[in-house]
Design a protein around this ligand. Structure first.
Ligand code: SAM
Ligand code: SF4
Length: 490
């Protein structure tokens, strides 16, 4: 570690210590209580499971105790009922639209030493670097030219990628235009910040701020994150979203890295975290992520952890979360293999990335699907955005690049009250159609364009049945897009 890195790490750790001494909130994750809940519902019977599924269909969410009933459901026939309920909820709240985005890794140097991560400081097998603004522009231009409108930018925790770098790079991304394209929403996945730092990223116009707790289990957290690193503080990370909310960022996102500890425990941890945010701020997380541990170079834990989650269990993770937090967006990433993504999306996913590259500077070398010595971990799905969209259309989904809620300030509580009235479906689908039309005209292959137009036609019929009075408005807007206007909103 260079003296500069050492000094920065010490300074960061001192900020976190000071915070820990002054934070009044109490840690809401009680490991013994979570274990007790799971054990007390270890063998639910059919009536118990059916009662919880009936409650889930009321779209009011589930308590941790109710979620534990579904987590422990093992009868194959009843598991299928859990999956069917999750599918029904997704359809009811979000309709058949799937929001698309791309990750953009801006920096990999990191002063932390997370046991599962290829970017950890002591991992010399992976070459780390931070993009210059010129390199960033090149990456963004490529992403725009593929049709992307929404990004999640990803940073390591390092002096090269501090708060100043974050703000500079986000501002830069919003300033880049290419043809009729531009990035309209920049979400962030980065280390937790102080309230003052969150205010600065809010001011440059970020969408969602995402921080994963990685594991909610305290002892495992300590094992994975050395105490002398910034990430060593469980509480600093647990209240990352609370501080972001205090700073006025009302779209915050949570997540756990599945494979570090018992998945059942992590699912309850996520639900309890979501409920605590809702209790304090009146709004839960905007999205939940549940990345599964993927192989990373020179990182044995990623393949030998005793807690790796099987596909069958992982489908339960998704379905139980969908039942427990019906109005929260759920993200499934390109970590997963194509066949599995296709199956899992049906269980309640509302957002996915596609055409992703995760090496820093990886889009400039798009043809290289994997660059193991520059990546944090290995991707499972490296198909192009266009290929992926074609498959979504085949499966009856309407792909969406919509960013209008965020730009109409329908975030946080506003978004949730909107979602709860079922309006997401009625506004999101027309806006999905408009942004998908832009994609088809500007970026799609001939094959995807033909199928995509059919999908839009199908949704126009659906929309006409549901909202006949507003259909002419949608037709008019689609014609405006056809005539070359961009960024039109329903
Ligand atoms: N460095 C920041 C942090 O840790 O908060 C930004 C996020 S990190 C680059 C993105 C996320 O990738 C981590 O929060 C972690 O959940 C996930 N991740 C790390 N190693 C992984 C692996 N081997 N497989 C899958 N996901 C991994
Ligand atoms: Fe750094 Fe994030 Fe990787 Fe941990 S997960 S080593 S904090 S990049």
């Amino acid at each position: 570690m260079t003296p500069q890195e050492q000094a920065w790490r010490e300074q960061r750790t001192a900020v976190i210590r000071k915070y820990e001494e002054t934070e009044k909130r109490t840690d809401f994750i009680d490991d013994d209580e979570i274990r007790r809940i799971l054990e007390s519902r270890a063998h639910p019977d059919r009536p118990q499971i059916e009662e919880v599924l009936a409650k889930a269909r009321e779209l009011k969410g589930l308590t941790p105790e109710e979620a534990a009933v579904l987590i422990n459901c093992r009868d194959p026939e009843l598991v299928q009922e859990v999956f069917a309920t999750a599918r029904w909820i997704k359809e009811e709240v979000y309709g058949n639209r799937i929001v698309l985005f791309a990750p953009l890794y801006l920096s990999s140097p990191c002063v932390n030493n997370c046991a599962y991560c290829g970017f950890r400081h002591t991992n010399d097998a992976v070459t780390k670097r931070t993009l210059s603004l010129e390199e960033l522009e090149q990456e963004v231009r490529i992403l725009i030219s593929k049709g992307h409108k929404r990004l999640i930018v990803v940073y390591g925790e390092h002096p090269e990628s501090d708060i100043d770098y974050m703000c500079r790079t986000i501002e830069k991304i919003y300033s880049i235009k290419k043809g009729r394209g531009e990035i309209r929403r920049v979400n962030v996945n980065a280390p937790p910040l102080t309230v003052e730092e969150y205010r600065r990223v809010k001011d440059v116009g970020i969408g969602t701020y995402q921080v994963f707790q990685e594991t909610y289990h305290h002892a495992t957290y300590r094992k994975m994150h050395p105490a002398n690193t910034p990430k060593g503080s469980y509480r600093w990370r647990l209240f990352a979203q609370h501080r972001a909310q205090e700073a006025g960022i009302d779209d915050v996102a949570i997540g756990a890295l599945f494979g570090l500890y018992d998945w059942r425990f992590e699912v309850l941890g996520l639900i309890i975290h979501a409920r605590d945010l809702e209790r304090e701020f009146g709004v839960g997380p905007h999205t939940i992520s549940f990345p599964r541990l993927e192989p990373a170079l020179n990182t044995p834990l990623t393949t030998n952890s005793p807690y790796l989650v099987s596909d069958e269990d992982f489908k339960k993770v998704i379905a139980v979360l969908r039942c427990a937090v019906p109005y929260t967006g759920m993200i499934l990433t390109c970590r997963e293999r194509p066949e599995f993504r296709r199956e899992a999306i049906r269980l309640g996913i509302s957002q996915v990335d596609a055409g992703s590259r995760i090496a820093v500077g990886g889009y400039a070398e798009m043809e290289r699907e994997h660059i193991p010595d520059r990546q944090q971990f290995q991707l499972g799905d490296t198909r192009s955005l266009d290929e992926f969209i074609y498959e979504l259309c085949q499966d009856g989904y309407i792909p969406s690049f919509c960013t209008s809620c965020y730009r109409a300030a329908r975030t946080g509580c506003h978004f949730m009250s909107f979602a709860k009235k079922g309006l997401v479906k009625n506004f999101c689908i027309p806006n999905a159609a408009l942004t998908f039309k832009e994609y088809l005209l500007d970026y799609a292959s001939p094959q995807t364009r033909a199928l995509g137009e059919e999908v839009i036609g199908h949704y126009l019929e659906w929309f006409n049945q549901k909202m006949p009075k507003r259909t002419p408005q949608l037709h008019k807007l689609l014609q405006q897009v056809e005539a070359g206007e961009r960024d039109v909103k329903f």
